[in-house]
Design a protein around this ligand. Structure first.
Ligand code: GLN
Length: 196
């Protein structure tokens, strides 16, 4: 089985683990220790509160080890707060892991509409239309030259990929649709494993 980690410090951890549990040949792993981090073939950084998750990463001694593993090519998917954690630039704040060449704006959708769901076609990720729930979501304002934009909504980038790193502003783990989880597992984790 592929060992797929979910960083389990804060945020929508259970939702991701239950999605992973529905996929064949995948074992969801709760990551909150170094041993667990070392055992995974890929990791999801869930939504939640990016500043809180970042502080907990430091407290649990996982900040540097996680950063190093991602730098060395560990497939990673950041949803929402996870996207903020991966970004090299966060507008008005210090970056956290600072690994992906994107500039993100936190809570970009403002107060009145801080939660909404749209349905979109993202051919790079899925053949079917997928539901995209946004919850106090960030968007991407700028991407570096090696970043592939996967989806924009009203000119704002909400999904992107750079090498082993995938980020989405939205939360597929809050829908019934496994497409993005499957994409991450098949196209990003399985692809690395097959090349070993
Ligand atoms: N607003 C949160 C943050 O800035 C992200 C929201 C989410 O992950 N659903 O960290």
């Amino acid at each position: 089985d592929l060992q797929v980690g979910v960083l389990s410090l804060q945020g929508s951890v259970e939702e991701h683990r239950s999605m992973l549990g529905k996929i064949k040949n995948v074992k969801p792993i709760e990551v909150k220790s170094l041993t667990a981090l070392e055992s995974v073939n890929g990791i999801i950084l869930p939504g939640g509160e990016s500043t809180t998750i970042s502080k907990l990463l430091i407290e649990f001694g996982l900040f540097e080890p996680l950063k190093q593993r991602i730098k060395q090519g560990l497939p990673v998917w950041g949803t929402c707060a996870g996207m903020i954690l991966l970004a090299k630039d966060v507008i008005g704040e210090n970056p956290h892991l600072g690994l992906m060449d994107i500039t993100v704006r936190r809570n970009a959708y403002g107060r009145q509409i801080n939660s909404f769901t749209v349905s979109e076609n993202i051919p790079a990720l899925s053949e079917q239309r997928i539901e995209l729930p946004f919850i106090r979501a960030p968007w991407i304002e700028n991407v570096g030259k090696d970043v592939e934009v996967l989806c924009s909504l009203n000119k704002h980038i909400v999904a992107a990929k750079e090498r082993n790193m995938l980020v989405t502003s939205f939360h597929p783990e809050l829908t019934d649709c496994l497409a993005v989880h499957q994409y991450f597992i098949e196209k990003m984790i399985r692809a690395v494993e097959n090349n070993k």
